[in-house]
Design a protein. Structure first.
Length: 726
């Protein structure tokens, strides 16, 4: 027997290698099937069925040949993977939206009708792509209803290599469970790569290896420990890491800010229009630190008013191509989380030299209007200025002047308020839509724990500032457009008309709440404004306002001079917040360029900057919502025994979404917890119906609920109905 085994081994070692062409074809097919995945040499041998020594030797030689040709690339750990551009393309490139564990959609790039042209892909066919990855997808012959079905054939670009989540440590391994609910795979971590992390810590983990098999998990290394899950700093830092928000400014950026000369020279003053002797003030939130805008007012001899909208001249201090400019481009916007601001510019600029603080001379870029008592704009002027703010008002202080007609500068504030109301009437007459979603603010203790949730109330003082900012933004856009009928390069803020299908879905949804939406096809703005008026003060107000906004197109920055549907402006831009928005900085530079009668610059650079700014804006909004949701869940965790009034905001086969009226928090009553009867989901009528008792839960129903569970990590709230007969 021993002799036979020896002969067998000798026979294998001298076996004739596989045909070289066949072997090469097998390797090519292997990497086509596993594009984007890294494979070790042993895995390649196993998957390609290569067993004899000569074939293995030829395989290694061929792998190195493919690497030399740029078809494959070898990683530091010796694994091989397909180079990004080596495979033939189908032309269908898109971003993965991994909606649940079972399937995802690939949203095609450069697609004007993405709702109808996204591609349904089973999770098993994603080729280990995750949410946000850019992939190439091949269509399958069969399809699901109206949605085409496909399979990922190539990973074009990974969206992220670092993830934030909660670590679970076992004796011989650990897993990091990502916070992002669209990441449906846990990350494996070897014990020696855990560092000092403890079970239930929030950590940042960097992927070191993406595996190719269906049941494989990516392998990572803990790079940062954020702290115990549930603690404020750990959770807020988790949100910042989840959305790739910067934790601090690099040292060289801070040094560049500190090196700025803040001296206002007489030479600079001579270049500007001087408003220092004209009554000027700012109106901002109580906790604001950066003041972008100020308003000046003086009565002219002809009885009209000169109203100046003065904006921090950030472009004077942040020069194109500078270190500060590059950082501002990267950030593109300030981000306002519940307990902190992540600024676009370092503090010396945002809260110091550029902030229009009271009793200080400041350099500004202004839009100045001569307006009559009917709020008709008679003249406009745009240019660089210098101002001196006489007073810093909070919204509450300005509102007090409006309501009591008493206090310093009350006359000026009330004149501005009267003009603002007339401007608003004209906007709505021209077709603007009155969207006013309810926002919330939190009362926090010194550790960031929420003590209460308070809905923000928008009063006349808020609307006063808003109307003059809208006037400035609109007027700047119109000025540049008229120079050459929109052919000059500029940054516009556009908002397309709503998609008819989305609008139809929303109106049907509103009907379920008992509201008729008439005339939607002939006059969208009028119909929606009537609905917004009808729901004022009702429990379903916030739900329907939020849904109405979601049914609209998304506003974006572009270089094409399109209009703004929601505001009913032919042309609109963002001019009034350069401390916190990079597009406003671009607008200031371009405006000054044209005021100096210079030729239009090329569009290409601005097209890319607009796209980047729009993406960064969405990221900021998502992060802000996540921080609000975290605090809502944390607050509701502390009031689990209390009963709350709510309104049913959504019905699915899994359960019923309820918005709590007092706190504007949304939670779910899970269908599995409704044990008094067996409830069936009526998809057509958005309701749940009890099989025996025939009790119906439908959209808009007022209910009483109690919190029965919260999950800080997933930011979810579980509710139960409180029976009035209990």
């Amino acid at each position: 027997m021993a002799q036979k085994k020896k002969n067998s081994r000798r026979k294998e070692s001298t076996a004739k290698p596989a045909n070289l062409n066949t072997l090469k074809r097998s390797i090519q097919e292997l990497f086509q099937e596993n594009a984007g995945a890294s494979l070790s040499v042993k895995q390649i041998f196993a998957k390609a069925g290569i067993r004899d020594k000569n074939s293995k030797r030829e395989t290694v030689s061929y792998l190195l040949e493919l690497e030399h040709e740029g078809i494959l690339r070898q990683l530091r750990n010796g694994h091989f993977m397909t180079a990004e551009s080596s495979l033939p393309t189908s032309g269908l490139i898109g971003k993965v939206d991994h909606v649940n564990q079972r399937f995802a959609y690939v949203i095609l790039q450069d697609n004007s009708d993405e709702e109808k042209n996204d591609i349904w892909v089973k999770t098993d066919d994603l080729m280990n792509a995750i949410d946000g990855d850019i992939v190439e997808v091949k269509l399958k012959k069969n399809s699901r209803g109206n949605k085409p079905e496909g399979k990922v054939v190539r990973l074009v670009e990974r969206s992220k290599k670092e993830f934030v989540g909660k670590i679970e440590i076992f004796p011989k391994y650990a897993f990091v469970v990502p916070d992002n609910r669209k990441i449906h795979v846990d990350i494996f971590v070897y014990p020696e790569k855990i560092g000092d992390a403890k079970t239930n810590d929030k950590v940042i983990v960097k992927i070191k290896e993406w595996h190719g098999g269906k049941a494989k998990n990516p392998v990572g290394q803990v790079t940062k420990i954020l702290g115990p899950a549930g603690e404020n700093e750990a959770e807020i830092h988790s949100i910042m890491a989840e959305f790739d928000l910067p934790f601090e400014f690099p040292k060289h950026v801070e040094q560049a800010a500190e090196a700025i000369d803040i001296t206002i020279t007489q030479e600079e003053i001579k270049k500007r229009k001087d408003f220092r002797e004209i009554t000027t003030f700012t109106i901002d939130p109580e906790d604001a630190k950066d003041f972008d805008d100020a308003i000046s007012i003086q009565k002219l001899k002809n009885g009209n008013y000169e109203i100046g909208v003065h904006i921090a001249d950030v472009s004077h201090y942040v020069e194109p191509g500078s270190i500060l400019d590059e950082e501002a481009i990267n950030r593109a916007t300030s981000v306002y989380l519940v307990d902190r601001t992540i600024p676009m510019l370092p503090e010396k600029l945002s809260n110091g030299v550029c902030s229009l603080r009271p009793n200080e001379e400041k350099l500004t870029f202004s839009a100045v209007f001569e307006i009559d008592e009917d709020a008709k704009v008679k003249k406009s002027w745009f240019g660089r200025t210098i101002i001196y703010s006489d007073r810093r008002f909070t919204y509450e202080e300005a509102q007090e002047r409006i309501e009591t007609k008493e206090g310093d500068f009350q006359e000026e504030i009330n004149i501005l308020n009267g003009l603002a109301k007339k401007l608003k009437v004209k906007r709505f007459k021209n077709g603007a839509i009155n969207f006013e979603t309810v926002e919330v603010k939190f009362k926090l203790d010194e550790n960031g724990k929420p003590l209460g949730i308070i809905p923000k109330v928008r009063k006349d003082a808020h609307k006063l500032v808003e109307e003059f900012m809208l006037l400035a933004n609109k007027s700047v856009a119109q000025y540049v457009y008229k120079l050459d009928q929109g052919n000059d390069t500029f940054v516009y803020r556009v908002h397309d008309s709503p998609d008819p299908e989305r609008l139809d879905s929303f109106t049907k949804f509103a009907v379920k709440f008992g509201h008729r939406v008439t005339g939607i096809n002939s006059d969208v703005a009028k119909a929606l404004n009537q609905l917004m008026e009808d729901i004022q003060g009702k429990p379903e107000q916030n739900v329907l306002e939020s849904l109405a906004i979601r049914s609209m197109s998304k506003a974006a920055y572009v270089t094409d001079p399109k209009g703004h549907f929601g505001l009913a402006f032919d042309h609109y831009t963002h001019f009034t917040s350069p401390i916190r928005r990079y597009p406003d900085v671009m607008v200031h530079r371009l405006m000054q360029h044209y005021l100096l009668n210079k030729k239009s610059p090329k569009k290409d650079e601005y097209v890319e900057l607009c796209k980047h700014s729009s993406e960064r804006e969405k990221r900021a909004a998502d992060a802000e919502r996540a921080s609000i949701k975290f605090k809502q869940v944390e607050y509701m965790q502390s009031v689990e025994d209390k009963a709350f009034d709510g309104v049913i905001a959504g019905v699915t086969e899994f359960g019923i979404f309820v918005e709590i009226t007092e706190t504007k928090c949304e939670g779910m009553v899970r269908a599995s917890s409704m044990t008094d009867d067996f409830y069936e989901f009526d998809e057509k009528n958005y309701c749940m119906i009890g099989k025996r008792n025939k009790r119906v839960f439908t959209l808009g129903d007022r209910v009483i609920v109690r919190v029965v569970g919260t999950d800080i990590n997933r930011r979810t709230i579980d509710l139960e109905f409180v029976d009035l007969d209990d």
